[in-house]
Design a protein around this ligand. Sequence first.
Ligand code: HEC
Length: 111
Amino acid sequence: MTRVLVIFLSLTFLTLTTSSAAIYKGQKVFVKECLKCHDSGQAFVAEYKMKQWKKWMNKKGKLLAKIHLDSKKAKKSHKYFQSSKFTKKTKHLKQFLVEYAKDSGNVPACN
Ligand code: HEC
């Protein structure tokens, strides 16, 4: 009985820590790669709903890359969005973006 409980608890703990570690990694990517242009940071992330972020970040961020590659204003980001540096990290970035999306409940509402 106790052993089952211990296993159950450690599994819960493991899942919790791995997902927050991924979010943390995603946040680091965001701060390093996105903040220079989207400088409102978390407020920028909270402008969009989870569903929208998921759509942009699906298939290794294919749509998000396209938005930037199609835009002359985002020219400075083209190298990054075309590189494997971006595609390798999209999983973590997605987790971070969805975690702090408008309807995630993780951003304090101030209206
Ligand atoms: C070099 C500057 C630059 C960088 C770096 C950059 N963006 Fe953008 N981003 C832009 C510009 C400019 C647009 C507007 C594109 C347009 O509509 O012409 C844009 C548009 C967007 C949009 C569409 C919504 C909107 O506001 O138009 C999202 C979402 C977005 N960026 C997320 C990100 C994320 C996430 C990253 C980091 C992985 C990132 N951007 C990195 C410049 C940048």
